[in-house]
Design a protein around this ligand. Sequence first.
Ligand SMILES: CC(=O)N[C@H]1[C@@H](OP(=O)(O)OP(=O)(O)OC[C@H]2O[C@@H](n3ccc(=O)[nH]c3=O)[C@H](O)[C@@H]2O)O[C@H](CO)[C@@H](O)[C@@H]1O
Ligand SMILES: C=C(OP(=O)(O)O)C(=O)O
Length: 436
Amino acid sequence: MGIFKIEGGISLKGEITPQGAKNEALQILCAVLLTPEKVIINNIPDIIDINKLITLLGNLGVKIQKNGHGSYTFQADEVNIDYLETEAFKKEGGSLRGSIMIVGPLLARFGKGYIPKPGGDKIGRRRLDTHFEGFINLGAKFRYNREDHFYGVEANEGLTGADMLLDEASVTGTANIVMAAVLAKGVTTVYNAACEPYLQQLCKMLNSMGAKISGVGSNLLTIEGVTTLGGCEHRILPDMIEIGSWIGLAAMTKSEITIKNVSWDNLGLIPTTFRKLGITLERRGDDIYIPAHVDGYEVKTDIDGSILTISDAPWPGFTPDLLSIVLVVATQAKGDVLIHQKMFESRLFFVDKLIDMGAKIMLCDPHRAVVMGHDFKSQLKATTMSSPDIRAGISLLIAALSAKGTSTIQNIEQIDRGYEAIDERLRAIGAKIVRE
Ligand SMILES: CC(=O)N[C@H]1[C@@H](OP(=O)(O)OP(=O)(O)OC[C@H]2O[C@@H](n3ccc(=O)[nH]c3=O)[C@H](O)[C@@H]2O)O[C@H](CO)[C@@H](O)[C@@H]1O
Ligand SMILES: C=C(OP(=O)(O)O)C(=O)O
């Protein structure tokens, strides 16, 4: 397993361009299974999770052609559905969270879809009930093999549209159900649908392939089933979680950074939330300019003077994937912040490492931590740490870049899962980071 050695306490300067969005790309790649025609996808990030999914599509018989950096053509005209029954699939298929979204398209097009219990971050319980309840509503039969944690759905007679109210606004669950419903007979309505830009992009892509989805961007989707879908060309949005990571990095290292081509209109509450921490962000065209915060940043309290709380919520609420980054940035703010991670119960435990580095954090319970900012009066101290999940990993990396001395981060595959060539890109703006 690789490590990063990071010499901290150095201000960075320059421009950084976000990669394509990991969580959108996972949905979009699964959607290529819905048509025998060619689908061109641009701005695909070159990261471990995405490359694993591309390999999985290849193993299923999808023809894959690389057109250039981040651009691929896929053609699923000879899908080998029997691959789903192989030992190789049982081993590989569950190695990332995103692979769960092959089930909806396969069920819709071939009448069956199987998946081993998917992997992804160990950040708490990650149920799949919403996905499978959705498929059952469309007429599929559910099979679960408890021994080897193998899930399956079958619909020999095809799928039929239905009205459904999801038990929670699951991101991958909504994507899976939508991809099944586009080829079902009749009309499906999905209420309490997730509506992140990832899903809006998926629906736009499916509509450009001939699907009939309305309500895109809302929590009520109406899907009129069609019999076939055709090819298309799609471009993935910049990764909003990466953008948030760079905002946090800039503030915490007092760096002047411009984040290029961020697609502002798709950032939701992200700029507002960082501004609540006292961080200055300027919109320059479609870029974000962050000046060097030489005098630090001061947390804004609520109107009544009570302590600022930053919590996650389904879109258009603040994404849970940025709370670890907000937390690390708060360790150097002037003022206190309560971080409330509502969705996942094991995502805050990494604060132990920040406490070791000298941060003032009180973990109240698995969901809540109070951070008392140092206002740069005390610098974090370098240490050796291991990254438990992708976003904790980047947060620890940001902490290391701001800390005094040389830190070591182990288990960097966690970071590489979601951030493309992160060491190279950070070196380009002046970071002292080495991969060993
Ligand atoms: C590959 C991918 O796209 N992964 C993202 C996706 O995961 P994923 O699609 O797996 O996450 P879900 O949206 O299904 O749910 C995430 C967690 O939040 C809980 N929950 C969800 C909805 C809700 O209204 N209330 C609620 O409590 C669920 O029980 C679960 O524990 O969405 C998560 C939530 O934004 C993100 O952290 C992940 O990065
Ligand atoms: C939790 C995440 O990813 P995954 O759902 O793939 O584990 C994430 O992107 O922050």
